[in-house]
Design a protein around this ligand. Structure first.
Ligand SMILES: [Zn+2]
Length: 62
């Protein structure tokens, strides 16, 4: 598992320190976006796709 990159909220420098910034002592926060779930997007896409497939599967013409 890769190390989580942290970013200082004070001087905006990147660090691997989790508690405080080694440069200015300011608070650090994870540099990665807190909420990032591509699965949700794909899930939505899958639902639309599934619906489309079901519509195509449904025999409209007997
Ligand atoms: Zn800093």
């Amino acid at each position: 598992m890769p190390k989580m990159l942290q970013r200082c909220q004070k001087c905006m420098r990147y660090t691997l320190q989790k508690s405080t910034c080694p440069f200015c002592g300011g608070p650090v926060k994870t540099a990665h976006p807190p909420k990032f779930s591509p699965e949700d997007r794909y899930g939505k896409f899958r639902r639309v796709w599934k619906k489309k497939m079901e519509e195509e599967k449904t025999p409209s013409k007997t």
